[in-house]
Design a protein around this ligand. Structure first.
Ligand code: CA
Length: 699
């Protein structure tokens, strides 16, 4: 009861504060104050924070659309955007306006009821920056504060825009220009500061999060997640202790540990929770040859919201050597555990264990596998550490790991329904084979994993492709965090499915990589409704209300790491690459026009190269080309499929691949890294692949 009275008092107080703090805004809109962000739960019609509320539960109390009528849900409007690459943003909704981001860090403001574009902002990211993005030129959304919108750009800027006009208010470069940093994550507002992390741990980045004064762009604090060169002064005292867990000369590669997605905030504890990523390179024997836990890689780190001072950490994968990031969604909730209300945070990171952690001090409360896990037998509750399987670190040769680098769960947001007590996880089984590279050479242009580049590639034999397809699974899991077990599971045709939204209408919404946007009952997982968005739907959906009408909206598009990199596995989704925003209501009257048929691919040139040339081409393709053009020479249609170039493009091969003729389209020239004999070999390999059969499900 006392809690309720206190909450009431806070709500009243915040009304006073927001009244004193009023900013001149056009009619029908009001400034998004710190108080409104803290009390976002009291505005059911809006979606003001990345996860709606600071606890990032992605639960909406709206119930006009519910399990009784969702079958009547129809498309209200759609807006097509001019790009084919990945969309990962969660739109924000403030008083009838939608703010979201597309590819290349572009920002869009829309009328949330009609889809009318109010303004758009293009930060003009140089196209050549695309090669520094491990996982497509994506962006996960904006932050809102007062009358401003904040976006982090792929080239490392943090930009403040006027929410009404889209005009730039200030811009700061948050990353050094001589390293391959990117930003894809959404900024978060905390006490009048705007927090932003970065990515680049596949290349040469050293991770950190910076807080800037949201009004001016002045830096307030910065927290480095991994130690730098220990002969130089440490930026904060905890890094001296962290450095004791590293060996060798890790700082030369950057070390990694980027905070590229999850940042959560508890206003009462005034703690910010950072989800920290993998090391650079992935392979610990290369990165930190004498071993060690390598703090704070693959950890959740709590820091003081106002100073960035370290509070506590929990490491999910000590001495990570698999790309087991802990950057995944960090969700806060108060749960009844052992007769006590515990303030917990929950995470389903890449490594396949679901963690419930006391968010006041980092105490591990429980951890159980939520997908197929074979790299560790269990989490030892006494030490909080995984009990690793033999050869999990591929020290004695190949290890087929479940999960692997794509994770049992990746960036796609989860949702929590306080009524069912369930966490809904976009989960998957995407095992991989790990094998150490014969000789590691640091690269300024490709990824730095320390792994054999070919070993995780799909075999060329269609019979083996069919067998492998049976191991790869995608499912929506309704997870009971108290019992640490699935309450219900929906199997989906392939992996890499969309983020989840839960509502008080006893519904969960999730998009899929095969193009459906689906509604299920939250309590039992019964499929009630679906719509064909004509492309993958991977981002986190939102719901909101304008003029008394409830909308459900989501960004739809393929691409992202899986769509551009996974080759035939991504092609199995059978969707087209296009970009659009879709919004649904019970009385929607919009329809998607049918897509024009795809042109037939041109016939490939004859395959005449010898086996050694093709083998060299295969190796180099997997080092230099896979990340954009798809595993084993196969594209899912987002970026060009090199097997099916037209004859003019084949004729221009040297000019493009060595000379950089398509530099302005984001395709760099590799003359500084590859010889002509090597690019000829890559050419021979993709021509050979054009003549190979491939397995498609149902064929
Ligand atoms: Ca990574």
């Amino acid at each position: 009861m006392r809690v309720r009275i206190l909450l009431f008092f806070i709500a009243i107080l915040s009304l006073f504060l927001s009244a004193c703090d009023r900013i001149e805004m056009p009619s029908g809109t009001a400034a998004v104050t710190d108080e409104r962000l803290v009390n976002a739960a009291t505005e059911p019609h809006n979606w003001l924070n990345h996860g709606r509320t600071y606890d990032e539960q992605r639960f909406s109390p709206l119930a006009q659309v519910n399990d009784g009528n969702v079958k009547q849900l129809k498309l209200a409007w759609h807006l097509d955007l001019p790009s084919k690459r990945g969309l990962e943003a969660t739109p924000l909704i403030a008083d009838g306006r939608m703010y979201t981001t597309g590819t290349w860090s572009r920002v869009y403001a829309l009328d949330a009821a009609t889809g009318e574009l109010l303004w758009e902002y293009d930060p003009q990211v140089p196209p050549q920056k695309g090669i520094d993005a491990c996982c497509d030129v994506v962006n996960r959304g904006v932050a809102l504060w007062r009358d401003m919108i904040y976006v982090g750009t792929l080239d490392g800027r943090l930009i403040a825009l006027d929410a009404m006009s889209g005009k730039e208010a200030w811009s700061v470069q948050t990353t050094p220009g001589d390293r391959r940093y990117t930003i894809t994550g959404a900024p978060r507002i905390v006490n009048g500061n705007v927090l932003i992390g970065n990515g680049g741990a596949e290349f040469d980045a050293r991770g950190y999060v910076t807080a800037y004064d949201a009004a001016t762009g002045e830096q307030v604090w910065r927290f480095y997640t991994v130690p730098g060169d220990p002969t130089l002064p440490f930026e904060n005292p905890i890094l001296e202790q962290a450095a004791d867990t590293w060996t060798g000369e890790w700082w030369k590669f950057g070390g990694g540990g980027t905070v590229w997605d999850a940042i959560s905030y508890d206003p009462e504890l005034n703690l910010v929770y950072l989800g920290v990523g993998n090391g650079t390179p992935w392979n610990r024997r290369v990165r930190s040859p004498g071993g060690g836990d390598n703090l704070f890689l693959a950890s959740i780190v709590a820091v003081d919201a106002d100073t960035g001072a370290y509070a506590w950490h929990y490491q999910t994968a000590p001495g990570d050597t698999w790309d087991f990031t802990a950057t995944q969604h960090i969700m806060l909730a108060d749960l009844e555990i052992g007769g006590e209300t515990r303030k917990v945070l929950m995470q389903a990171p890449k490594n396949g264990f679901f963690y419930v952690i006391d968010r006041t001090d980092g105490e591990l409360l429980s951890a159980k596998p939520f997908v197929e896990v074979n790299w560790a037998l269990r989490i030892d509750m006494r030490t909080g550490r995984p009990v690793e399987a033999s050869n999990a670190r591929y020290q004695d040769g190949e290890f087929a790991s479940s999960p692997a680098a794509p994770g049992g769960h990746n960036w796609h947001p989860m949702a929590y329904h306080p009524g069912t007590g369930l966490v809904y996880i976009p989960a998957q089984d995407l095992p991989w084979v790990y094998k150490e590279v014969e000789k590691f050479e640091f690269s300024k242009v490709t990824t730095n994993t320390g792994l054999d580049p070919i070993i995780a590639s799909m075999p060329e034999d269609p019979a083996i492709q069919e067998e492998v397809s049976k191991l790869l699974k995608g499912y929506l899991l309704a997870w009971d965090p108290l019992e640490q077990q699935a309450r219900w599971t929906v199997e989906l045709p392939i992996a890499w499915n969309g983020g989840v939204l839960a509502t008080a209408g006893n519904l969960v919404f999730q998009g899929t990589s095969h193009g459906e946007f689906i509604a299920y009952t939250a309590d039992t997982g019964e499929r009630l409704w679906a719509h064909d968005a004509q492309t993958a739907v991977l981002a986190g959906p939102v719901t909101y209300q304008v003029d008394g009408k409830q909308y459900v909206a989501v960004m739809a598009g393929y691409g992202t790491a899986f769509g551009i990199e996974s080759g035939i596995v991504a092609k199995w989704a059978g969707v087209r690459a296009l970009n659009r925003i879709v919004a649904y209501t019970l009385d929607g009257a919009d329809e998607l026009p049918p897509l024009p048929p795809l042109p037939e691919p041109p016939p490939p040139p004859p395959h005449t190269a010898d086996t050694e040339t093709v083998a060299l081409g295969k190796l180099l393709y997997h080092q230099y080309c896979t990340r954009c053009h798809g595993d084993a020479g196969i594209s899912a249609g987002v970026l060009p499929d090199l097997r099916y170039l037209d004859s003019d493009t084949h004729a221009l091969w040297d000019g493009i691949v060595l000379g950089g003729a398509l530099f302005d389209k984001g395709m760099p020239g590799f003359a500084a890294h590859l010889e002509k004999t090597e690019t000829d070999a890559i050419h021979a390999y993709v021509i050979k692949r054009a003549h190979d059969p491939e397995y498609m499900p149902g064929s």
